[in-house]
Design a protein around this ligand. Structure first.
Ligand code: CTP
Ligand code: MG
Length: 545
């Protein structure tokens, strides 16, 4: 039971080996540049995938049974890691040292004796302690992991605005437990599809893995039946013997829609604890949305989406280049949410992704740039980093040693102020934010905000934003400059970033028409905003029992 206690002692900030960044070596100046150990994205993905496949998620009706779960599981082999998440479900995520322990545990588990239950086998289990054991458990102390919380008022005691921003980032960043759960849910889906597609891969992308995720963020995942991988598993073994298969009809998009229709149905009917399945197939990127009750995760499943997954790796790398990137993004995102300038559901307001792009562009645009342009990363791509999929070039280097160290030593507080100043004077009517060459380029169309997708320049990643919300963002930034200027003194109640994180004073109410919710190519997004409401009453069904 030691592992539970050990997790407890490190859990509040969960700086696991592969977490984004290493806060201990962080510093806001150029001198500290690149001192923290760089964790390559692919290595992080590989390690977390393997971890997830060796894990089981067990729920139990009472937290008192948690030590018993540990005792029971210990019989099947060495346990690497245990997290007990104390919510109404009492979920315990157990990572075994060996996949054979998981197999043994599953082969010993039984099904509920209820004829209505579909007898699906998965690594989601329910634990019912036997009465005999239950009596001995009172002597064991249960340690739990609470979701990290930052009382904003604690920021008052920081010494500088930079420290406040670091605190905010460290407390809000995706926790080790969150990250394990995200990879675990992907691995469960992979298991269920593996009968038909043994090489299938389900991987998270977006905020789960791009280093800018917040604890409790949604899970975006993509499924690929036969990844184009150099892995020896995918090499053709025999040139003469081929698998017989069906041919799909229609183009790639139609195929993705058909597959997601079927996967959505499979998830709804056969995947334990999945609810609120919603097919959103006419969006630019077709997805299936669902709620995974055992992990309390809102999930979006897309069919292979190389642009989004490469973007996740690129964003992760931008965050690795300089220690100031992630705290600045975290503060800007938090500010935008506090001031109601953005929301978690899609709509005509800036998404988190747009805000991240705005911060990255700003950091590329400093007199002494903090971040390189994408074109620069593209040119530096080594032979093994050259990727072209369906005619789109995704090549960029992720080798930090190929990049020069920035001469910029601005502190985080200064950068925050400059970020707001930069965009209050930016001419959005004329210019697009091109992260490819790190400069303002003329806009190809009349969209209020134009940020070309780094890989597909003809796509505007912020095409959903309307004039009113862009104006709101700009007003919010002007107000933020004013608040930061007038609250720089540590004596004042809401000094530093506290002055921009409290809702109230300066926020401008969002004026919204229903038609604003519909945007080009994405008319079904309106439905997605209702999903979380639908799911909120989808509590943990005990129907299995
Ligand atoms: N993406 C993209 N182009 C867009 C929108 C999204 O390439 N126009 C990719 C990005 O890699 C993004 C991912 O899809 O990170 C997931 O999109 P989304 O869920 O909207 O953003 P997240 O970064 O996951 O942020 P959030 O926490 O708000 O979900
Ligand atoms: Mg997301």
């Amino acid at each position: 039971y030691k592992q539970i206690s050990r997790y407890k002692s490190t859990s509040s900030h969960s700086f696991n080996d592969f977490g984004p960044g290493n806060h201990q070596n962080k510093n806001t100046g150029a001198a500290a540049q690149n001192k923290h150990v760089h964790k390559p994205y692919k290595e992080m993905q590989r390690a977390k995938r393997a971890q997830a496949h060796r894990s089981v998620l067990i729920n139990t009706s009472s937290s008192i049974s948690v030590p018993l779960i540990y005792k029971e599981c210990r019989q099947y082999g060495k346990i690497n890691h245990v997290c007990h998440f104390k919510d109404e479900k009492n979920s315990v995520l157990i990572e075994f040292a060996s996949p054979s322990s998981v197999r043994e545990l599953l082969s010993s588990a039984s099904h509920f004796q209820n004829p209505q239950n579909i007898p699906v086998q998965s690594r989601l289990l329910h634990f019912q302690p036997r009465d005999l054991l239950r009596s001995s458990v009172n002597k064991l102390k249960v340690h739990t992991v609470e979701p990290p919380k930052l009382e904003l008022s604690r920021l008052h005691f920081a010494k500088t605005i930079s420290d406040q921003m670091q605190m905010l980032h460290l407390t809000h960043q995706i926790s080790d437990f969150d990250s394990r759960l995200h990879f675990f849910v992907c691995s469960c889906l992979e298991d269920s599809l593996s009968g038909l597609f043994p090489h299938c891969i389900v991987e998270p992308f977006g905020s789960s893995v791009n280093g800018f995720g917040k604890s409790g963020c949604d899970l975006d995942m993509e499924v690929d039946f036969l990844p184009n991988n150099k892995d020896s598993r995918f090499q053709t073994k025999s040139k003469s013997m081929k698998f017989r298969t069906n041919k799909h009809k229609g183009n790639e998009r139609e195929f993705a829609q058909q597959i997601l229709q079927v996967l959505g149905d499979v998830i709804q009917h056969f995947m334990p604890t999945c609810a609120g399945v919603h097919h959103i197939l006419n969006a630019r990127v077709p997805i299936v949305k669902f709620f995974h009750k055992a992990s309390s995760l809102e999930c979006d499943l897309a069919f292979k989406n190389p642009s989004a997954s490469q973007m996740s790796e690129l964003l992760y790398f931008f965050g690795e280049i300089d220690d100031r990137v992630r705290p600045l993004v975290a503060t800007v995102k938090e500010w935008a949410h506090a001031k109601n300038l953005t929301r978690s559901n899609p709509g005509p307001w800036p998404s988190n992704f747009t805000l991240i792009m705005m911060v990255l562009f700003f950091l590329q645009s400093r007199r002494q740039p903090i971040l390189p342009t994408f074109n620069h990363l593209h040119r530096l791509a080594g032979q093994d980093e050259r990727i072209v999929i369906d005619g789109i070039n995704f090549s960029f280097t992720t080798n930090l040693s190929r990049l020069p160290v920035t001469q910029n030593d601005e502190g985080l507080g200064e950068l925050l102020m400059e970020f707001f100043n930069f965009y209050t004077t930016f001419d959005f009517t004329k210019y697009a934010l091109s992260l490819n060459d790190g400069s303002a380029t003329s806009k190809p169309d009349s969209a209020p905000l134009y940020i070309p997708n780094l890989f597909e320049l003809g796509h505007n990643v912020s095409r959903n934003i309307n004039d009113s919300h862009l104006l709101g963002l700009r007003h919010g930034m002007e107000a933020a400059v004013y608040s930061l200027e007038t609250n720089s003194n540590r004596e004042s109640n809401n000094w530093g970033i506290l002055s921009i994180l409290h809702p109230g004073d300066n926020e401008r109410p969002i004026q919204m028409r229903v038609s604003d919710l519909f945007h080009q190519d994405n008319e079904e997004d309106l439905h997605t905003s209702n999903i979380s409401e639908m799911n909120s009453d989808a509590g943990m069904a005990d129907s299995e029992k």
